[in-house]
Unconditional design. Structure first.
Length: 170
């Protein structure tokens, strides 16, 4: 039996097609992200690789298993708080990819000079994501009623989740 190794590195433009495939798969269901299911490849890759964004990929056996991006949550006087988006290919779910990316992002954000990380729009019905973020020390700071137009469940609440990075080693 072979053991797969997972490692995370900064994404490059050469990763664009694989990143797009993951993003497209995740947003096409319309149940976890505010991005419309028909958002174009160029718009999504423009978001992922935008100026000031820090995209990463999680690799398993030379295949991109997941991707995440961190960026300023707000401009200017709010730029010391990071924001992030995380997506895992369905082929690699339940292999610890999301947890590994979450842990990696906390250290990366700290190294980039952020003081905290905030997620502005975690869909309440995405219980796996909510549980993951809570297990990594994020707190639910607020619940926003009917903020998300879930394609199956209709109007669904979202959470704002927050975590201080002071206890992260550089």
């Amino acid at each position: 039996m072979t053991t797969s190794t997972l490692f995370i590195r900064e994404a490059t433009e050469a990763d664009s097609q694989s990143i797009w495939e993951i993003i497209h798969e995740v947003i096409s269901s319309g149940d976890t992200y505010a991005f419309a299911p028909d958002t174009s490849k160029s718009d999504m890759l423009g978001y992922w690789f935008a100026n000031g964004a820090h995209p990463f990929v999680a690799m398993i056996d030379d295949k991109i298993a997941g991707t995440y991006v961190i960026r300023n949550n707000q401009p200017g006087l709010g730029s010391h708080i990071a924001n992030g988006a995380f997506m895992t290919s369905s082929r690699f779910r339940k292999n610890g990819v999301g947890r590994a990316m979450g842990m990696h992002s906390l250290k990366a954000a700290k190294q980039l000079g952020y003081m905290a990380m905030q997620f502005n729009f975690v869909v309440k019905s995405n219980t796996r994501a909510v549980a993951l973020w809570q297990s990594l020390g994020f707190e639910i700071m607020a619940e926003i009623p009917n903020a998300f137009k879930h394609t199956t469940n209709g109007l669904t609440n979202t959470y704002i989740m927050y975590r201080n990075l002071d206890d992260q080693s550089s």
